[in-house]
Design a protein around this ligand. Structure first.
Ligand code: C2E
Ligand code: MG
Ligand code: MG
Ligand code: MG
Length: 273
């Protein structure tokens, strides 16, 4: 009967909610020890120059590895953003990245900048940029080897704080990029105030192999606009040769995606440089 159906539907959602709450509680109870136990691990995904496919940088992406099982950031970052732990985690990741760069410098390796993700939560703290500077100074690393990715959506609710952090970072010489650009919070008007080096085009533009004519027009227009504003464009989530060919033809500067490489452990990335 209809009544039974609706009851079972209710029950279904209830169990899922229960499971989510349990999962969240478990994450809350284990995160601090996990940080001490070094269960959070930096993976690096190559960024390539689209004109010649050469390696030009990397993005640091966190993985939670527990009992050999890899937990993806989408499963815990939103929880950490709610309970505030993302600040501790991010600074741990930033320090791990500093150590990696320091190691490369001492080994005389070819150096490429590494970008890290900045959670919106950091912008609640005015000392954020100073803390980053202090950290990087303590490792004696040139600022331009660290790039900070600020998600487009940060600029929606927290415009002034985001713009001010971005300007400060950039005036110190850190690399700065806008992540997930075009994901839905149209910030075209904000572009004029954004002191950014790089725009990272959201992977939503490249969700399928045959881009529609409309999508191609939008992507190529953003690229030409960015060039006139002296910004570089990196396309995220490039998975096919068609996409790469198209992006190259419209003079997109850089790309990141499974076509070139998945995020990988640092030791594997080092084989590329
Ligand atoms: P993001 O910063 O936009 O990172 C790009 C995401 O796209 C990564 O997912 C990456 O693995 C994935 N990706 C790369 N190439 C492809 C592709 O060709 N196809 C598809 N479908 N996906 C691709 P990941 O590693 O799961 O990270 C998800 C999000 O979690 C990141 O999105 C970022 O917002 C957040 N995140 C990751 N690490 C950190 C961190 O250390 N701190 C903070 N605050 N956020 C992080
Ligand atoms: Mg990112
Ligand atoms: Mg993002
Ligand atoms: Mg992104």
């Amino acid at each position: 009967t209809v009544k039974n159906a609706s009851q079972s539907t209710y029950c279904f959602f209830d169990i899922n909610m229960q499971l989510n709450l349990q999962r969240e509680a478990e994450i809350n109870n284990t995160m601090e020890q996990a940080l001490k136990d070094k269960e959070f691990v930096v993976y690096l995904q190559p960024k390539v120059n689209l004109q010649d496919n050469s390696l030009v940088g990397a993005e640091a992406l966190v993985r939670w590895i527990r009992d050999g099982i890899i937990i993806m950031p989408g499963d815990f970052i939103p929880i950490f953003e709610n309970n505030g732990f993302v600040v501790n985690l991010d600074f741990y990741i930033y320090e791990e990245v500093c150590k990696i760069i320091k190691e490369w410098m001492s080994q005389g390796r070819k150096l490429v900048p590494i970008s890290v993700n900045v959670s919106r939560v950091h912008l609640h703290d005015e000392r954020f940029v100073d803390e980053i500077k202090k950290l990087v100074d303590s490792y004696e690393i040139p600022y331009n080897l660290l790039e900070l990715e600020l998600t487009e959506s940060i600029f929606l609710n927290n415009t002034e704080a985001a713009l001010s952090a971005m300007r400060k970072l950039r005036s110190l010489g850190f690399g700065v990029s806008i992540d997930d650009f075009g994901a839905g919070y149209s910030s075209l008007n904000l572009l004029k105030d954004m002191a950014t080096d790089v725009i990272k085009l959201d992977k939503g533009f490249f969700g399928h192999d045959n881009m529609q004519r409309e999508e191609q027009i939008i992507v190529s227009s953003i690229i030409s606009m960015a060039k006139q504003l002296n910004m570089k464009v990196l396309s995220e989530g490039v998975e096919t040769q068609n996409q790469s060919d198209f992006l190259k033809s419209v003079l997109c500067d850089m790309a990141q995606g499974y076509l070139f490489s998945k995020p990988m452990p640092v030791s594997e990335f080092e084989k590329l440089i």
